[in-house]
Design a protein around this ligand. Structure first.
Ligand SMILES: CC[C@H](C(=O)O)C(=O)SCCNC(=O)CCNC(=O)[C@H](O)C(C)(C)COP(=O)(O)OP(=O)(O)OC[C@H]1O[C@@H](n2cnc3c(N)ncnc32)[C@H](O)[C@@H]1OP(=O)(O)O
Length: 253
């Protein structure tokens, strides 16, 4: 399986399990995200949802370039992008705290997934960034929209997007994208992070999350996400994008 998830002591952990592809997202992983989101809604025992990657090289390397390379037109790209954008919106608007346990590189759509979570705990050796620009596209799953909602200073958020490069953990912490940088065992880092929150009744967590979700509904945030998707889909069709993907894939052969 390209993913797995399990609940233990109120913590539901979803692991992207394609380390040989640096945990790239394909259709199977997208279906897994749908299942874990449904699980959260169906199980009141879940207090936290954690997203992480298998192995120690990557959290997630974004869309699977080999699988999505076959999408050439704006319409074809929109189909895939809008599917994952809806999944990330459903993730971002879950009623429980969500934690990206960033065990390695989070680039492209992988950085978008982490940004869609409430908290980001980043391994000291991890590098993360919105590298979509190197492929002549923008973020396309909503990650740019969520980044502007995460309270980073505007110049820092915009620079992270327009640099289109992976930042080291220390800089991610300095600009406010990473809440914690950890050394060593990710599970230990997670337990330390949630220790105090565990002592608070889950109804309090849900009430605080609802304060932000209410704001997002009122500002029609999903419409802004879909504008991002349309922009990315338009750029997807460009020769510059297809040439950049071909360069990556030919390097890998
Ligand atoms: C809107 C989201 C958008 C989308 O596609 O929908 C995006 O996410 S655009 C961004 C797409 N992702 C990338 O461009 C990242 C590409 N990968 C890398 O930059 C690196 O692999 C990195 C930094 C994640 C890890 O580097 P490392 O040196 O540790 O590993 P390798 O590069 O040697 O990769 C190992 C192995 O994995 C394959 N791989 C890595 N990333 C992807 C990917 N995104 N899709 C498919 N396959 C990927 C790579 O080809 C290597 O395969 P191998 O057969 O061993 O050569």
């Amino acid at each position: 399986m390209a993913y797995h998830f399990q609940e233990q002591d109120g913590v539901l952990t979803f692991t992207i399990d394609r380390p040989e592809r640096r945990n790239a997202i394909n259709d199977e992983v997208m279906e897994g995200f749908k299942k874990v989101i449904t699980y959260v809604h169906d199980h009141d025992t879940v207090r936290f949802l954690v997203i992480t990657g298998a192995g120690n090289h990557a959290f997630c390397s974004g869309g699977d370039l080999a699988e999505f390379h076959s999408l050439t037109t704006e319409k074809q790209a929109f189909g895939m992008l809008s599917k994952m954008a809806k999944i990330l919106y459903d993730l971002a608007t879950l009623p429980v705290p969500t934690i990206a346990l960033v065990n390695g590189a989070a680039v492209g759509g992988g950085c978008e997934i982490a940004t869609a979570c409430d908290f980001r705990l980043v391994a000291s050796e991890a590098k993360c960034g919105f590298i979509q620009g190197t492929l002549a596209i923008t973020s396309g799953w909503g990650g740019g929209t969520y980044l502007f909602e995460r309270g980073l200073r505007h110049d820092r958020a915009l620079k992270m997007l327009v640099d289109a490069k992976a930042y080291p953990a220390g800089l991610l912490y300095e600009i406010g994208w990473a809440m914690r940088v950890f050394e060593g065992d990710k599970e230990a880092a997670l337990e330390a992070f949630i220790e105090d929150m565990r002592k608070v009744h889950p109804s309090v967590h849900k009430a605080y999350k609802e304060m932000e979700l209410r704001k997002w509904r009122e500002m029609e945030l999903f419409d802004r996400v879909m504008e991002e998707v349309h922009t990315c889909a338009k750029l997807w069709e460009s020769d510059a994008h297809h040439e950049a993907v071909n360069r990556f894939l030919s390097k890998s052969k």
